[in-house]
Write a protein that binds this ligand. Sequence first.
Ligand code: C2E
Ligand code: CA
Ligand code: CA
Length: 626
Amino acid sequence: MLVRTLSPSPDIEALLSSLKGAGFVVVTTFVLYAALRRWVDSLMGARRVAEESEARLASFVATVDDVVFVTDAEQRFVDVMGPATTPEDRWRFIGKRAPEIFGAEVGRTFVELGERAIAGELVELDWSAATMPPLFPVGSVVTSLHLTLTATRAADGTVTGLVGVGRDTSPLREVEAARDRAERHIAYLTDNDPLTGLASRALMERRLSEAIPRTQHEGRAVALHLLNLDHFRDVNGSLGYDAGDELLRAVAARLAQHEGTQDTLSRLSADNFVLAQVGITSHEEARARAEALVRSFDESFAVGGHELRCSASVGVALFPDNALTALGLLRAADAAMHSAKSGRRDKWVCYEPEMSAEVSQRLQLANELRAAVEQDAIDVAYQPIVRAGDGRVIAYEALARWQSPTAGQVPPAVFIPVAERVGLIDDLGRCVRLKAYAWLARAHAEGYTDLQVEVNVSPRHFLRGSISRLVEEAEIAGIEPRHIVLEITESALIDVDGPEVDLMHELTRHGFQIAVDDFGTGYSSLAYLARLPISVVKVAQEFIGRSASDPDAKVNRVVVETAIQMSHRLGYQTIAEGVEDADVVEYLESAGMDAYQGYFFGRPVTPELALEYLHRTGTPAHAADS
Ligand code: C2E
Ligand code: CA
Ligand code: CA
């Protein structure tokens, strides 16, 4: 029979409330005890074995956060076990009966409860410190207990004693347990990257810091491989962040195949992965691993139903050669990785000391550039594009200019790639376009109403497809898109497909013109570009420069002439870039080039000078038309 006393009966209450200073005991599972007891008793029945089992039980109870009390058949306490139970507590109980411990009145009630248990009941009651004083030795955090009192029996059924189990039901314990779980979760998150499940940066640094002295002791070395995906931004930009996440997970899984038992592979941030190769004995081992990491990208990744090709750049730093601390190694590997990125040939590079200086310079440059973009301190220079034949200015190319507070005038060939890398290119491009359009609006207002402006659109930006933004920018300045030519480099157009082509069509539907910039350098063919809605081809400077006289420039002339012929067949306008001499102009004129741009006609100048130049040489559209 099971008696469940959820609110204790008056005599139990009396018992409990008169217990002073005594404490209790928390919980384990009584069933385990009983089962253990029964098993031992039935198996052997021998006292020695029973004693051993008692000891085993005690050690078991001690390992689980719970407490049990045991009496013999005469209700003499045999033991009290639990985490909050001190040896003194135990000696206060052991060998005594309840009246000796709790006093006659409470003791008697206790003995009566014990007798009910011995008679076969499972006696249960809930104790709460809010209404009753503590019973057995319990920690201060225990505010309520669920008590069970039951008889234990030998194999022949005779009662051998009582066992009492107190399960801690304190709300505080629940809060603690919840906090414990939260802490464990936080610890997991601190040590693991939730996206890929790889080690976190914190764990990697910790392991590295542990591995360094160990490997040093063993006379071995550590190679740190820092791997960054190439053009990962474009994946996010064109396929969305889910696809980006999927790619990161796929990359993590692939890299994990190169993680040795002593190694740690982690995702440091975004698309940066680090493999700490621990315990190497030669540089060759590090080189082989770097090569393997790079090679593992030869095979494409399956992402969102697409077969995605992706490459990575790896920087390698060695302990103790390049740095002596985890952080130092990371910095060195980062510098080497950037060097691998900017290099044309090698996809992995080992650290060299000069790289550190480059890194800090690059960081400073990026910070200054960010400030310049935020403060709208990027200037725009304008270079005229003139029509063949009459030399009339038909357009200006807007070129970004930046004066760094520490490095002076920085060429766009330097700061544009920085802006792309650190995510500033959108804002920088917008800055340039807004200024260029406002300037064009001024030129239009002064009568040059069919003048166009050509702006360089970063391929990264373009592929992200913020068309509405491009349209809005023109609207802000009150410029019709037909007066705007978006220059996109040939190399960026080489692998545009599906959605990007649609995007280009949409741009042209809005009236924008699209020019292929630096044509001839991207190894594409006009036949390939013909599927794109382009209308202008700008032949790269390197083919124009010496195209005229130099006998060695035969190839250049072939490029120029082929470009002109094919462009005309496809209905494109041709512009020669980098025209510096009169004889080049003469040659290009004979070859049929439509327009020129270059120092021969004018260098990029300030907006004011560009307007002045128009006044001097240009003919207002309405005058030309009339
Ligand atoms: P690009 O679009 O090919 O620009 C033409 C570059 O050739 C300009 O260099 C211009 O100053 C230079 N140039 C023009 N005529 C001659 C000449 O006769 N001889 C020689 N030797 N050079 C000539 P710049 O201004 O240094 O710009 C370099 C590149 O930076 C540009 O090449 C363009 O790709 C990029 N860039 C400039 N401004 C922007 C911008 O606002 N956004 C983006 N995304 N890229 C930009
Ligand atoms: Ca350009
Ligand atoms: Ca160009």
